[in-house]
Design a protein around this ligand. Structure first.
Ligand SMILES: Cc1cc2nc3c(=O)[nH]c(=O)nc-3n(C[C@H](O)[C@H](O)[C@H](O)COP(=O)(O)OP(=O)(O)OC[C@H]3O[C@@H](n4cnc5c(N)ncnc54)[C@H](O)[C@@H]3O)c2cc1C
Length: 483
């Protein structure tokens, strides 16, 4: 078996499964126009893993007047082959991820179809570029309507519809009834940048999600802030590129060692977290943030195997000062001098940080706007910023009536975690998240068109019985009874 015939056979099996399950379901949403312009039923922004899973689930559910846009070129979506600097995924290879309950759509099926069972057994973790290859196949085999190289630059209200401004490979505007923001970790804000870096010249530092020319770091003294996976990946990449020294500046007294949320992962967590009272949601997410997720062991060893790598714990940064082409960093362990700094400081849900959300941002209700109550626990800034979403992932308005289209804009990305649990960011439960999202979209599109559906019910006149299947015996009975 060569890899392409293996893949062809897999694709045939997938097609058979879809046929057996009568998927995709028949299209059922009545078409809409606005002043002669076509109106989409759903637009998805982002064709990373979450956007692909949502798009696939919509199509399988018979909602086919949809389109998905991604600013990135095809095959470059998300972090995997851009700013992800790990060698492999952290996740176990067996996760079924975006497969939506279809065994032939899993990474495992895709891998074994091409390289066989022995190679599967030998595989430890999934190389990150291979995960991207799988996502490319996923999109192709399901024929998902993804348009690449198109950035959404503005989102406004057009009566009851949502108007999107496009730039790049397609321009102009597109109208849609529902919008899904599958815009990723940075998708509702961007990189979280510590205050002490804001005044520092950009040629001396980068965020871990920036493009970084690591070759330029050869022979340089590099500092990396943080103790998470991204700090290890960036430190290791700098070391492998020949940096003179790489220091990890870690505020904590100890490295986090236990991956708490992964430890309790279960279908209970996937389906139950979002039904819990808000106080419990806060407790879980706040505790997890306090304990922090450790970097993977392999990523940490990838750094520590270099003699010129140093881990400085209990080393908080007080200030960063530019001194010519160097950085003087004042830390709780004293002053240190570097040529370059990488801030592996994560992402923020600051809606004001993204121009495409400018018209919506002032109206989006966050947990700080009343959903958080002090008795839930300490007021952690990153959680207070989280959007206060409905059960359908839709945003809510700060002032009722000020921006009604928010009820039709669904936040299917990492920012949904506090309200929904981890179903719209990481690999393990993305299919459950896509299912929850699409059920809600189907219900709301159906409800909005209820008059049309009722009219269709009344107008439907295809008989099942033709009238020749039975004889009415009542006249005979009447005759017998003398009536
Ligand atoms: C470095 C790294 C490693 C990770 N490793 C793992 C792991 O091992 N296991 C795991 O479970 N999770 C992991 N994750 C978490 C998660 O799985 C990934 O972040 C994943 O990419 C999330 O998918 P997504 O679709 O939400 O976002 P993304 O994959 O980031 O996709 C978002 C897409 O939206 C597009 N976009 C955004 N704004 C616009 C716009 N205005 N117009 C058009 N397009 C737009 C972007 O171009 C992008 O392609 C990792 C995350 C990172 C950052």
């Amino acid at each position: 078996m060569n890899s392409s015939t293996g893949l062809q056979a897999l694709e045939a099996r997938l097609q058979q499964d879809l046929d057996l399950l009568e998927l995709p379901a028949k299209a059922w949403v009545p078409p809409r126009q606005y002043q002669g312009e076509q109106v989409r039923d759903v637009v998805v922004i982002g064709a990373g893993m979450c956007g692909l899973a949502a798009t696939a689930k919509l199509l399988l559910s018979g909602i086919d007047n949809i389109v998905t846009y991604d600013a990135a070129a095809a095959g470059q979506e998300g972090p995997w082959v851009t700013f992800a600097r790990m060698e492999t995924l952290r996740s176990p290879k067996t996760l079924h991820g975006p497969a939506l309950g279809l065994p032939q759509l899993t990474f495992r099926a895709w891998f074994t179809a091409q390289w066989g069972v022995d190679a599967w057994e030998a595989l430890d973790k999934i190389p990150k570029a291979q995960w991207m290859d799988y996502l490319v196949w996923y999109r192709q085999v399901l024929n998902l309507p993804v348009h690449n190289g198109v950035r959404i630059t503005g989102i406004t209200q057009q009566e009851s519809l949502i108007a999107l401004e496009l730039s790049g490979a397609e321009t102009g505007r597109v109208l849609t009834r529902r919008l899904v923001l599958a815009t990723g970790r940075s998708g509702l804000g961007g990189a979280a940048v510590p205050e002490f870096l804001r005044h520092v010249d950009r040629h001396l530092w980068a965020h871990s999600a920036d493009p970084i020319d690591f070759a330029q770091l050869k022979g340089k003294r590099v500092a990396v802030i943080g103790a998470g996976a991204s700090s290890m990946d960036n430190a290791a990449t700098a070391l492998e590129a020949g940096a003179a020294t790489v220091d990890l500046l870690i505020r904590r007294k100890e490295m986090p060692r236990i991956n708490k949320m992964t430890g309790i992962g279960s279908q209970g967590v996937v389906h139950g977290m979002f039904q819990l009272p808000d106080s419990w949601k806060w407790k879980f997410v706040d505790y997890t943030a306090t304990m922090q997720t450790p970097p993977p062991r392999a990523s940490t060893l990838r750094v520590s195997r270099h003699a010129n790598a140093h881990f400085f714990l209990d080393c908080a940064i007080n200030a960063v000062t530019q001194q010519g082409d160097a950085l003087l960093i004042d830390t709780t362990q004293g002053e240190m001098t570097y040529d370059f700094l990488i801030a592996a400081t994560g992402f923020a849900n600051d809606f004001h940080g993204r121009s495409e959300f400018a018209a919506l941002a002032p109206h989006i209700r966050s947990w700080a706007d009343g959903r958080y109550r002090p008795e839930m626990g300490a007021p952690r800034a990153s959680l207070l910023q989280a959007p206060d979403l409905g059960p359908d992932f839709a945003f809510r308005e700060r002032q009722p009536g000020a921006c009604p289209i928010l009820a039709h804009i669904h936040c299917f990305n990492d920012a949904a975690m506090l309200t929904h649990g981890k179903v719209s960011g990481d690999i393990p439960a993305v299919s459950a998240g896509a299912d929850r999202l699409v059920r809600a979209l189907a219900a709301s599109l159906f409800a909005e068109d209820v008059e049309t559906h009722f009219a269709n019910l009344q107008a439907f006149d295809k008989p099942e019985l033709l009238g020749d299947e039975w004889i009415d015996s009542t006249p005979l009975l009447k005759q017998e009874n003398g009536l």
